[in-house]
Write a protein of this length. Structure first.
Length: 226
């Protein structure tokens, strides 16, 4: 997959629970650029597979769904085939299904091509797990957000979109996040990793507003260089 040279993209990568979505949306609003959540695309495909009653073992069927999928990406939502799936894709079940879908090389190739296509119509802020390493290795700015496992689990437990809010569930959530990270870091296609030229920001104990300010400072310095 050939990269798009000169793409005006802010790539924000990192594992779950580090605030990627909140930070990326804030940066996009500040710059008045388009925001794309690539994880939602994999989740939407996973949801469509289950909606159609297909098996996650049916890789050929999953590839067909990914190839034919029509996405509508919005600041806080996503539709697939005209169906708004914004809320239904944020569940532990879809977390697991999306991880399985994302491990299929042909699916990643298809969705990466879609993701690159978004940059052809204007600058954007894109978040995911392989944006700065695979989707846009030539991105204008690469940010990698991270946090301790404990911090990430607490944040996810407080996220109403995942339907988990009880403190007693934190250990369960932490184990689920650890499993997903392990699978994403060891998958053959586009593993979760830090780009060598990315700015790494540890968000542990740091407010979202502070993280946004720091990222904006990096972005403004980089895109105004020269």
């Amino acid at each position: 997959m050939k990269p798009i040279t000169g793409s005006l993209v802010v790539a924000i990568d990192g594992p779950s629970g580090v605030g990627k979505g909140t930070v990326a949306r804030a940066i996009a609003r500040s710059l008045q650029w388009r925001y794309i959540d690539t994880g939602a695309m994999y989740r939407a495909v996973a949801w469509k597979i289950q909606y159609e009653g297909r098996s996650l073992e049916d890789e050929d069927g999953i590839v067909v769904v990914a190839k034919n999928a029509e996405f509508e990406m919005r600041d806080r939502g996503i539709s697939i085939e005209g169906l708004d799936v914004t809320s239904v894709i944020r569940t532990p079940e879809i977390d697991n299904a999306a991880t399985a879908v994302a491990r299929i090389p042909q699916v990643r190739a298809l969705l990466v091509a879609r993701q690159r296509g978004y940059a052809k119509v204007g600058p954007l802020v894109m978040e995911g797990r392989d944006i700065g390493t695979v989707v846009f290795p030539d991105a204008a700015v690469k940010i990698y957000l991270d946090a301790t496992p404990e911090e990430r689990a607490v944040r996810r437990s407080k996220d109403p979109s995942h339907g988990l809010s009880k403190v007693g569930e934190i250990e369960v959530i932490a184990n689920a996040l650890e499993r997903r990270d392990r699978l994403d870091r060891t998958r053959h296609a586009s593993p979760l990793t830090t780009a060598s030229d990315a700015k790494v920001i540890d968000t542990t104990g740091v407010s979202i507003d502070s993280v946004v300010r720091r990222v904006l400072k990096i972005v403004n310095k980089q895109i105004n260089k020269g």
